[in-house]
Design a binder for this molecule. Structure first.
Ligand SMILES: [Mg+2]
Length: 105
């Protein structure tokens, strides 16, 4: 697994928070561009998963991280983290019910 190196971090002592960085990315690049990047990163993850299934080298962890970073920006622009978390909890509960129904949980 590849680990990000601290040497790539900016030297500033007053570091912005991760949320500030993501908000600034939307503001600076624009939501249309960030949607395009999100689509590109989701496609890259798709490709990595296909490579994995075919037994080829796949940088799945890095691609998942890229998708998370873009999804956080999409979430910030289009909705609230509370709403997304609520949907996520509901869908996990629904999955649990399905697994129980099928005797797997
Ligand atoms: Mg990527």
């Amino acid at each position: 697994m590849i680990s990000p190196s601290p040497k790539y971090l900016p030297p500033s002592l007053e570091r912005p928070t991760k949320t500030e960085i993501l908000k600034k990315a939307i503001e600076h690049f624009g939501i249309d561009n960030q949607i395009d990047v999100a689509i590109e990163e989701m496609s890259a993850l798709t490709q990595a998963l296909i490579h994995y299934k075919r037994g080829r080298t796949a940088n799945i962890e890095e691609e998942i991280a890229d998708v998370y970073v873009m999804l956080q920006q999409i979430e910030m622009f289009f909705g609230s983290q509370y709403a997304v978390d609520t949907f996520r909890e509901y869908k996990i509960e629904r999955l649990a019910l399905l697994l129980k129904k099928e005797g797997a949980l």
